[in-house]
Structure formats: C-alpha cells, structure tokens
Design a binder for this molecule. Structure first.
Ligand code: FE2
Ligand code: FE2
Length: 341
C-alpha cells in the first residue's frame, strides 16, 4: 500500500490524501490499458507501456486513476489466462513512477477462466508500493468500492473521489449476458457517504470513477444531437462503430440518485476504447477517459487521435479542468484539438 506523510487509510473504505491548498492538483485518468503480459502480446504491451510512460511524463500527475480493463487475461489475444502475473507486472511498472495510483475493476480484469478473481487481485494490489486500494465493504456488490478524500492541511475535505466497481456481466455472468451496472446497494452506500459529507460541507463537489458508461450518457448524447440545449458539449466524440455505447441493458439507479443528491459533479468512465466524449447533463459532467489499448481492439494502433489519457486538474480555486492527452500529442504536436498549456 502507498505510504506517505500526507496520506493515510482512515477505515476499510476511506483514504485521506492531503494536498497543497494553493497549487493545482493533477489527476491522470488512464483506462483500458489491456495489458497482456503473455506469449502473444509482447510487442503490443511494449507500445502500451511506452505510451503510458509518455502520457505520465507530459501530464506530470500527482495521482493516477485506472478505470478498469487494466489487464486482459483473454487467451486468444494475450496468450495467457494468468491475471495474477499480469497484475504483478502492471504494479511493478506503475510503482516505478513513484506516483500514487488507484484503480477500479473493469469487465476484463478477471475475465472468465482467468487465474484469479477480484478478491485475490485486491490482495495483490494492496501490496503495491504506490497503490491505493481496498476491497471496501464486504457486504456490497463488487470489489473496490471506496473513497479517497482529498483534504487540505486542516483536514477539510476539498474533493472526494468515489471509486466504484461497475461489475462485469449481467444476469448469467458471462460476456453474452450483456454488461452489468452499479447495483442498488452500491448506490445506497455511495449516497449515504455523500450525504454525510454534505452535512459537514454543504457545497462539497465530488468525482466518481468507474469502468462502464451509464445509460444516461447515451441518452444525453442523443438529446444533444437533437439540439437539446440542456446538454452541454465539452469535448471529444463518439467514434465507436455505429455510435456504440457499451452500456448495460439494465437501468441502474446511480445517475438519477447522483443528480438528485447533487454532490457528484463529474463522472469518469472507460470501456469504449474509441469514445472520448465529455458532456454535461443534469448538472453532471460525464467523460469517457481516453483509452490506451493496443491489444483489445484489432487494428486500434492507428486510432491515435482517439487514444491517450485524460488529465483532470483541480485548481487552487476549486475549479476543475478536464483535458484530453492523445497518444498522438505525445509524439507529435501537430494533432488538432489538443489544448496546449
Ligand atoms: Fe476495455
Ligand atoms: Fe470494458
């Protein structure tokens, strides 16, 4: 587990990280690394790790958040089912940057037939020198529902980060059952935690990180295309074939409860490797993190404008800026649509 004078674990589901009050705090969201570390993936892994290294170098984050599908124990693509070894290799790599990192699970980290389940991976990740992770409450659905509270010197909470396991596959439990969603018990837990924060800090604003996009993200996109002025476009696009959103066919109560509760202002997801859209709907900015994937989608290597990282900067004034860091931008300055600072 990560250790520092400015960081501690408060309980089984809460971490506290002290951040400087008068400086920017940079969070780098990386998603869908799809690292194989197997017989078939050596060349592609090398490209992915190199891309991550460059994105980290250019964005200089204080904290890295991985939003799922970090590893890919899928035999036909990776040449291994050993996700324990994959997680170990990933940790060794990330620990090398000496920057704290945290993660949520995607639908592929513990793919069907892989060596170990989420509980075992959780035990492993807790051993990472710079890794921030906990299983969270055992009675909740999923593994890894927890909070990281960014606080100032006095302990005042500035920005809570809510980490959620959006689970894997729905009823039936395998790929063809369709994607799962954040379940009601997780929503209840999350709402309770946010309500407690709201009682102490009436103006508190939080971020949520999880793997699967919400159904409401697609709903907002479709409304925006029809000219609905209540949806505000921020950046990016939907570049999956057929404007695909990998959403669950089951409705989760997460978005409605979050909109009603009012504390979560930003949601970051991954899962659809070519979608980079960011928009504001019902007071919540939903953002697809740029993916790194070289292994999951065939021939994705050339989609360099759609892939990369997402830099989230919390300014000293509390304002939040979200910027795409495309892989193309770390090797070329001639990519359009890149905000340069
Ligand atoms: Fe993925
Ligand atoms: Fe995924």
């Amino acid at each position: 587990m990560y250790y520092s004078d400015t960081f501690k674990q408060a309980d089984d589901e809460t971490f506290i990280m002290r951040i400087p009050k008068d400086e920017d705090f940079r969070i780098l969201q990386l998603t869908d690394l799809h690292l194989g570390f197997g017989l078939l993936s050596k060349g592609r892994d090398k490209l992915a790790l190199e891309a991550v290294r460059k994105i980290i170098e250019i964005s200089k984050p204080h904290l890295i958040v991985l939003t799922g599908d970090s590893i890919f124990p899928f035999l036909p693509r990776a040449g291994t089912l050993n996700n324990r070894k994959q997680a170990q290799k990933l940790m060794e790599f990330l620990d090398g940057f000496e920057i704290p990192y945290t993660l949520v699970f995607g639908n592929h980290d513990c793919e069907l037939f892989s060596t170990c389940g989420k509980e075992e991976l959780a035990e492993l990740y807790k051993q990472g020198r710079y890794c921030i992770f906990t299983e969270g409450r055992k009675d909740l659905t999923g593994v890894g529902n927890f909070l990281i509270e960014l606080v100032d010197d006095s302990g005042k909470v500035l920005l809570p980060l809510v980490m959620l396991d959006s689970n894997m596959y729905g009823e039936g439990g395998w790929f063809f059952s369709g994607f799962d969603r954040i379940r009601d018990d997780q929503v209840d837990w999350c709402t309770q935690r946010l309500n407690a924060l709201k009682r102490e800090y009436p103006d508190i604003k939080a971020m949520a990180f999880f793997h699967m996009p919400l159904r409401e993200f697609k709903e907002a996109y479709e409304k925006m295309k029809l000219g609905d002025k209540n949806v505000l476009y921020r950046h990016g696009s939907i570049a999956e074939k057929g404007e695909y959103f990998g959403i669950s066919k089951f409705k989760s109560t997460f978005f409605d409860r979050a909109a009603e509760n009012g504390v979560i202002k930003w949601i970051f997801c991954g899962h659809d490797h070519l979608n980079t859209l960011s928009l504001v709907y019902k007071g919540i900015q939903m953002t697809y993190g740029m993916s790194v994937d070289y292994l999951g989608y065939k021939n994705i290597k050339n989609s360099y404008i759609q892939r990369g990282g997402t830099l989230i900067t919390r300014g000293a004034d509390g304002n939040v800026d979200i910027t795409m860091v495309p892989i193309g931008a770390v090797v070329s300055t001639r990519v359009r649509g890149v905000s340069r600072r």
